[in-house]
Ligand binder design. Structure first.
Ligand SMILES: Nc1ncnc2c1ncn2[C@@H]1O[C@H](COP(=O)(O)OP(=O)(O)OP(=O)(O)O)[C@@H](O)[C@H]1O
Ligand SMILES: [Mg+2]
Length: 416
């Protein structure tokens, strides 16, 4: 097969739409140690995607090579792949993107005073030419899928493509609080995120991305067990969602969608969330890279845990414990917990029996002085089933808290 066709086939898996191009280019910038990244797009990314970083750059001698299939500076052997900490390792993103667009690559190696540029059309690289000096690397991708009409047909409206692209930028921005990231669409600034140095600034970045409500109703957690660590923010059940659209999970800094993870988190929330509601979270899982197989999907969206059961139990316990500790009106943080070996070994899973309908299993008794009328109304609500429409039930330790969406009131009960 001609090189162009090989690259286009690879592009079929890696480059589904403009958002995928942005993901690959951002990952390259982060792998290059960039602390500042500027993203410029036009027409939802179909006309132009330009990403500039201040990373270590590409040496002049490697510029052509970096656009060749299977060329990567990130791994050398299969053993390296077992320990890989970079986001990229397949050596196929740039050639794939170049095979379905007009690509220009400009780079200055390690802040030197020589910047070189080359363009790639139909998998043929131009001669290198000197360019205006600028630290780091700039990749410009124009007219995506200009030569693949079948792919172009699958593109949605500018608005939809941009919203996918923006979602990628959000996800990656949250994976690296220490990097300045800005996004412009059709010359308009959409996001300008400054590097966040401490928890307060990190929460500000999250609020910039999700809006303030999530942070206001989220708990900061940080748990470790041997080589495993989970930290980040989990929303209190009062901030549940009708869709699973605020679930951000990272494995060693990599954006990941994983069924084992989703299941562990769901199970941890099962006591406190209504059927059909979804938890919201931004969680960072860190472990020895050898425990994760990152080469599970060409788009690198999925990973395989070598000890899936242990990871599942660890996540479940950390989140379940945090939720159990959430008290009414208490959004304190659950810093640095260490699980003991015996606690992990026991790792008992709570039953999911206390889902909707649980009010039938307990006698309820008020634990706080509140108006009798309110108490009566709450009982009446339970009995009449209105509860299921307007309320959410939080159940932890010996308390049940009924949160009424409409009146925004918490009604606590103590279990007899
Ligand atoms: N922004 C950048 N800064 C510095 N080097 C870069 C940058 N982008 C690409 N490179 C170099 O070009 C090489 C090829 O990039 P490409 O994205 O195709 O492959 P990769 O990142 O190694 O693997 P993957 O296909 O999994 O992304 C990289 O290995 C890296 O050496
Ligand atoms: Mg890459």
């Amino acid at each position: 097969m001609p090189v162009q066709l090989v690259n286009q086939i690879a592009a079929g898996e890696v480059v589904e739409r403009p958002a995928a191009v942005v993901k690959e280019l951002l990952e390259n910038s982060l792998d290059a140690g960039a602390t500042k990244i500027v993203i410029d797009v036009e027409k939802g990314g179909t006309k132009l995607i330009r990403i500039s970083d201040n990373g270590h750059g590409i040496h002049k001698d490697d510029l052509v090579l970096s656009l060749s299939p299977h060329a990567t500076s990130k791994i050398r052997s299969i053993d390296d792949l077992e320990q890989v900490i970079s986001l990229g390792f397949r050596g196929e993103a740039l050639p794939s993107i170049a095979s379905v667009s007009h690509l220009q690559l400009t780079s200055c190696w390690q802040g030197g005073d020589e910047t070189w540029q080359l363009t790639m059309n139909n998998s043929a690289a131009s001669e290198l030419s000197p360019a205006a000096n600028k630290a780091g690397t700039t990749v410009e991708v124009r007219d995506l899928f200009f030569n693949v009409p079948a792919r172009r047909k699958f593109l949605r409206t500018e608005k939809t493509e941009f919203s996918h692209l923006e979602d990628v930028v959000k996800r990656i921005s949250l994976s690296r609080f220490d990097v300045d990231i800005s996004l412009r669409h059709n010359q308009r600034v959409v996001k300008a995120l400054r590097a966040a140095k401490d928890q307060l600034e990190q929460e500000k970045r999250i609020a910039d991305i999700f809006g303030p409500a999530f942070v206001e109703q989220a708990v900061h957690i940080d748990f470790s067990y041997e080589e495993l660590r989970i930290w980040g923010w989990i929303a209190e059940p009062t901030f549940s969602r009708s869709q699973a659209d605020m679930q951000y999970f990272y494995v060693n800094g990599r954006v990941v969608r994983d069924r084992l993870v989703t299941h562990a988190v769901r199970q941890a929330y099962s006591d406190v969330l209504f059927h059909g509601r979804h938890p919201a979270y931004v969680l960072f899982f860190e472990c020895n890279p050898a425990m994760v197989d990152v080469n599970a999907h060409p788009g690198k969206h999925e990973v395989r845990f070598r000890q899936g059961r242990q990871v599942h139990d660890f996540l479940f316990r950390a989140i379940h414990k945090s939720l159990a500790e959430v008290k009414t009106n208490d959004t304190g943080s659950h810093e640095l917990h260490h699980f003991s070996k015996t606690a992990m070994a026991k790792s008992e899973h709570v039953s999911t029996a206390s889902q909707p309908g649980m009010q039938n299993q307990y006698s309820l008794q008020s634990s706080m002085p509140f108006a009798v009328a309110e108490q009566r109304r709450a009982y009446k609500n339970i009995l009449s089933g209105i509860l299921f429409c307007n309320c959410n039930i939080l159940c932890h330790n010996d308390q049940i808290i009924i949160f009424n969406f409409i009146n925004n009131i918490n009604i606590p009960f103590k279990l007899l």
